[in-house]
Ligand binder design. Structure first.
Ligand code: ATP
Length: 211
C-alpha cells in the first residue's frame, strides 16, 4: 500500500513529518509520497515559492527513504485539484491500494473540493487526529463516514480504494501558519521543524517581515 500526504507545506514541519512516519509504520506502507500542492484552489497562494517549498521538503526528507517527494502538482500548470492528482497516480499504480492521508481539519473540508465525490473512489482516506479538531457527525462528511468508515487495516488491503480509516497519532498542536507568524514577528520556530529547513528559510529570508 502506498500513502499520499498532500499539503501546502508552507513550510514543512514536524507535524507533517511525524504524522507521515507514524501512519507509514501503523499501516505498514511501502512509502509515503509527500505531495506539495502547486496552486491551492481553496486558500490563498503559499508565501514561499514552489522552488522554496520543494527545496525545504528535500532537506526535510533527506535520509528517510520511507518518505519520498512527489512534485507532480508543482510541475503541472493550473490549479492543483486532488482528484486529478489521484487519477494520475491511479494510472501509475494500477490496482495497488492508495491511501490518501489527511488531517482531521482537511478531511472536514472535503465536501468543498473539486469533484470531491470521486476522491474516495480513487483512494482510501486515512484521517489522522489533530488537536482541537472535532469529527462531524452530520452533513455530507457525516454521511460519507457512515457509508465508508472501516475499523481494520485488512479492509484497506483488500481493495484499491473506497474505505475511510481513522487513526490517532502523537498530538502535535502546531501549524505552518503559526511558524510563519513566528518568523514574521522575529520569534524562533526552532524545534518545530528540522534545523536544515529552518536554516534554509532564514537564508532565503522567506516569511520574514511579511506581516
Ligand atoms: P497552515 O497552518 O498553513 O494551514 P498546516 O500546518 O495545516 O498549514 P498543511 O500543509 O496545510 O499544514 O497541511 C497538510 C496536511 O497535514 C493536512 O492534511 C493537515 O491536516 C495535516 N497537518 C498539518 N499539521 C498537522 C499536525 N500538527 N497534526 C496533524 N495533522 C497535521
Amino acid at each position: 500500500m502506498i500513502g499520499i500526504f498532500g499539503g501546502t507545506f508552507d513550510p514543512i514541519h514536524y507535524g507533517h513529518l511525524r504524522c507521515a512516519l507514524e501512519i507509514a509504520e501503523q499501516l505498514e506502507l511501502s512509502e509515503v509520497r509527500m505531495l506539495p500542492c502547486g496552486q491551492p484552489p481553496h486558500r490563498t497562494a503559499p508565501q514561499a515559492s514552489p522552488q522554496q517549498r520543494r527545496r525545504a521538503l528535500e532537506l526535510a526528507l533527506a535520509g528517510q527513504p520511507l518518505l519520498t517527494l512527489d512534485t507532480r502538482e508543482l510541475d503541472r500548470p493550473g490549479l492543483s485539484y486532488m482528484v486529478d492528482t489521484l487519477a494520475s497516480l491511479r494510472a501509475e499504480v494500477g490496482e495497488r491500494s492508495l491511501c490518501l492521508i489527511l488531517g482531521q481539519d482537511a478531511f472536514n473540508g472535503l465536501a468543498g473540493w473539486h469533484r470531491w465525490e470521486e476522491v474516495p473512489e480513487l483512494a482510501h482516506l486515512v484521517v489522522i487526529s489533530r488537536p482541537g479538531v472535532e469529527q462531524p457527525d452530520n452533513g455530507p462528511i457525516g454521511a460519507l463516514i457512515e457509508q465508508r468508515s472501516v475499523e481494520s487495516l485488512d479492509e484497506l488491503r483488500a481493495r484499491p480504494a473506497g474505505a475511510i480509516l481513522f487513526r490517532s497519532v502523537t498530538p502535535l498542536g502546531f501549524s505552518a501558519s503559526g511558524i510563519r507568524r513566528m518568523l514574521a514577528t522575529g520569534r524562533s520556530p526552532r524545534y518545530l521543524l528540522p534545523d536544515a529547513v529552518l536554516d534554509y528559510l532564514l537564508t532565503e529570508g522567506v516569511y520574514q517581515n511579511l506581516n
